[in-house]
Design a protein around this ligand. Structure first.
Ligand code: ZN
Length: 129
């Protein structure tokens, strides 16, 4: 299994446009099984495994066009640089935090791929390949 991605989000550093390239027909079949088998729980979240939010989009940031993930574009996860707002957050006057990106992070992707490798190894042993 070869997992590639094209660049990282300029705002949240999540990998963009993740592509899975199975090596051979068996891995293709196992990938489909793994997606059904996997308990749809990443560490700390109850969200289903989805790379939908990792699709790349272009976003205007600081006078330039940057590549960002779909989640950052929709939720506006950019850091504020207004010193008054930042100061209010620091002294506890304001509790508003910026939105968190829903895209799969590199660490979550790594965890998912490691479990996938284990699953494939078991499958290979079961099917005596
Ligand atoms: Zn992002």
């Amino acid at each position: 299994m070869i997992i590639t991605w094209r660049g990282r989000c300029a705002l949240c550093e999540c990998p963009l446009d993740v592509v899975f390239e199975p090596e051979g027909g068996d891995e293709e079949r196992w990938l489909r099984e793994y997606e059904e088998f996997y308990p749809h729980q990443l560490v700390g979240t109850n969200d289903a495994v989805s790379l939908e939010n990792n699709a790349s989009r272009y976003k205007r940031a600081g006078g330039a066009w940057v590549r960002a993930c779909k989640s950052c574009l929709e939720k506006g996860t950019r850091l504020r640089v207004n010193p008054r707002i930042t100061g209010n957050l620091e002294i506890g006057l304001s509790r508003f935090r910026r939105a968190k990106s829903d895209a799969m992070t590199l660490g979550e992707l790594e965890h998912w791929a490691t479990s996938m490798a284990r699953f494939f190894k078991n499958r290979r042993a079961l099917e005596n390949l």
